[in-house]
Ligand binder design. Structure first.
Ligand code: SF4
Length: 168
């Protein structure tokens, strides 16, 4: 599991994550191939995973929004926390593919990120996460799972990651 920046208590009170405005949302987490297998081994419904290897949001009922199939709305908890996707583990940071380069970016819809963006703690975590994602093991994960590299709009680009075809 990736070390967390945002205190758990803060996330538990926020109703922002894991909810999407449309069913086929670029914001729904993409899954590594091994994560798909781990979820299937737990007998999760196949319909929870889209053909493009991402979690498939389900209609929330009223209001026209969509929810991650693993969100427990009552407790605002992830029902697969110990198996939650790689991408979920470092949200509100995102991997953003722009002009064939991968940037570490942050989603400023996250109120914690908006408020703490310029804090030493936030900047220190950004450097730590950059170095973590640039390490050989994570670079292999990204090379093997290109579905994780996609373009997001309205995010703040923080830092370019090493090119994935570099031999380190
Ligand atoms: S898997 Fe868990 S953390 Fe990830 S979007 Fe779904 S409910 Fe949220």
């Amino acid at each position: 599991m990736i070390k967390q920046l945002i205190p758990a208590g803060y996330c538990l009170k926020c109703q922002g994550c894991c909810r999407f405005s449309e069913e086929c949302s670029v914001w729904a987490p993409c899954l590594l191939d091994e994560e798909i297998q781990a979820l299937l081994d737990r007998d999760i419904p196949v319909a929870s995973i889209s053909a493009d290897k991402r979690l498939h949001p389900a209609p929330a009922g009223s209001g026209g929004s969509f929810l991650c199939p693993f969100l427990d709305c009552q407790g605002n908890l992830c029902r697969i926390y110990d198996l939650r996707p790689f991408e979920c583990q470092f949200y509100p940071f995102l991997l953003n593919l722009r002009h064939e380069k991968v940037f570490l970016t942050v989603d400023l819809n996250c109120p914690y990120a908006r408020r703490h963006l310029n804090s030493p703690e936030f900047q220190g975590y950004t450097l730590w996460l950059t170095s973590f994602l640039n390490a050989p093991q994570q670079r292999k994960i990204l090379r093997d799972n290109p579905q994780l590299l996609q373009a997001y709009e309205e995010v703040a680009e923080l830092i370019a990651l090493k090119a994935l075809d570099e031999n380190t």
